[in-house]
Design a protein around this ligand. Structure first.
Ligand code: S3P
Ligand code: PEP
Length: 409
């Protein structure tokens, strides 16, 4: 489904949006719920990735396909490694078969897991023979993906002696590790994270409890971008959010102040408002190693505002749903921008033109579709394969229509 977005403006009257639960928190809590059925969940993510996670944890199938869901692939690799006596094949989309998993598999093997590669060494699909793991200490590289670390931490309380992880190298996407530890703590599991050593104590059962998932901050990023491109005075209310979030992407509230957008927290909601236009000479420089999922949103905001920017700490972007650095360069250049990329950064020149009627390719990446959509406040454009958004935000196009975007097939 290719969608045509006509040049639009925001309707200030209708701008209240309910965003569903964080997919990162949801996929962690679903796994914990499989271990501890006394957990009740509220505001679970309606994303495809959480749907996939939930089904994988309840099916008795031998072959489990997680499609494009990175967290599901990594968390379930750890989960099935400790399902004593069960054998599963864990597979995914063609892209998933290119997303590395060796660091996690090596760590699980050190703990005693029986995991075999079925196609290429170091990549899914995997054949996993569940066992009781006996070891409790492992060292792993922490500079490629934090998901490997979270996967190990999530199974840690179910290991006989808990787990001690030693992290090597510069730790990437750190807030996601803290999110995992905070959720373990919330259900009553003891953890510590001192320098580069994380310890988790074993816990066989927990008491009844309800976990309320905060809405997804990464999904809110597209509204921050929309506000940054809107007239001064425009506002949108999003729910349900907390001032002290477990999600690193909540740094958006601070980042978008640079684009003249302010955030006010009230009654589990945020009001985001465009307060001032930004000076065209502003140079934006941001390190996103703690918040990689909002890089595409910010790059497109800068392009649309005609700002020069330098985004760094982007070393994980090339192993996500697509090579996001390359995809950003190609698509922004189609629109008339000038982008250069390195292994871990993106530089955008200030640009005065935005070509109209350009068809944006989305590369099976939800965030490509959603990051480029706010450009409809400047010009008309087409988003190819727009259904990709369902990976994290199935209601995205409906929500945009409700705030005034003119969208047709
Ligand atoms: O643990 C998580 O929920 C996630 C961690 C991040 O991945 P990396 O640690 O691979 O950067 C992030 O990009 C992803 O969308 C979700
Ligand atoms: C990178 C992402 O997800 P995952 O790694 O879980 O596929 C994302 O949602 O941007």
């Amino acid at each position: 489904m290719n969608l045509k977005l006509e040049q639009s403006t925001i309707n200030n009257q209708q701008s209240k949006i309910q965003i569903s639960g964080s997919k990162s928190e949801s996929n962690r809590i679903l796994l914990l719920q499989a271990f501890y059925p006394k957990i009740e969940i509220e505001n679970l993510s309606n994303s495809d990735d959480s749907q996939v996670m939930s089904e994988a944890l309840t099916t008795s199938s031998h072959i489990i396909d997680v499609h494009h869901a990175g967290t599901a692939m990594r968390f379930l690799t750890a989960y099935f490694s400790i399902q004593n006596g069960r054998e599963v094949v864990l597979t995914g989309s063609d892209r998933m078969k290119e997303r590395p998993i060796k660091i996690l598999v090596d760590a699980l093997r050190t703990l005693g897991a029986d995991i075999r590669y079925m196609e290429s060494e170091g990549f899914p699909p995997l054949k996993i023979n569940g066992k009781s793991l006996t070891q409790n200490k492992v060292t792993l590289k922490a500079n490629v993906s934090s998901q490997y670390i979270s996967a190990l931490l999530l199974i840690a309380p179910k290991l006989e002696n808990g787990l001690e992880l030693t992290l090597e190298g510069k730790i990437t996407s750190v807030p996601y590790i803290h999110m995992t530890l905070s959720l373990l703590k919330e259900v009553g599991i003891e953890t510590s994270f001192i320098e580069n050593i994380i310890k988790v104590s074993p816990k066989s059962s927990i008491s009844n409890q309800k976990l309320i998932i905060e809405s997804d901050w990464s999904s809110s990023s597209y509204f921050y971008s929309i506000l940054a491109l809107s007239e001064v005075g425009t506002k949108i209310t999003l729910s349900s959010y907390k001032e002290h979030s477990l999600q690193g992407d909540s740094v958006l509230a601070k980042i978008y102040q640079q684009f003249g957008v302010t955030t006010t927290f009230f009654n589990n909601r945020i009001k985001i408002q465009k307060r001032a236009n930004i000076n065209q000479k502003t140079f934006i420089e941001i390190d996103l190693s703690n918040a990689p999922d909002i890089a595409q949103t910010i790059a497109v905001t800068c392009f649309a505002l005609g700002l020069e920017c330098y985004l760094k700490g982007l070393h994980t972007l090339k192993i996500k749903e697509t090579n996001r650095l390359l995809a950003l360069k190609i698509e922004i250049e189609k629109l008339g921008g000038e982008v250069s990329i390195t292994e871990d950064s993106l530089s955008l020149k200030a640009s005065k033109v935005i070509k109209s009627q350009v068809a944006i390719d989305t590369y099976n990446d939800h965030r490509m579709a959603m990051a480029f959509a706010p450009l409809a406040l400047r010009t008309s454009l087409i988003i190819n394969a727009a259904e990709v958004v369902s990976k994290s935000y199935p209601g995205f196009w409906t929500d945009l229509k409700n705030i005034g975007f003119q969208i047709s097939e």
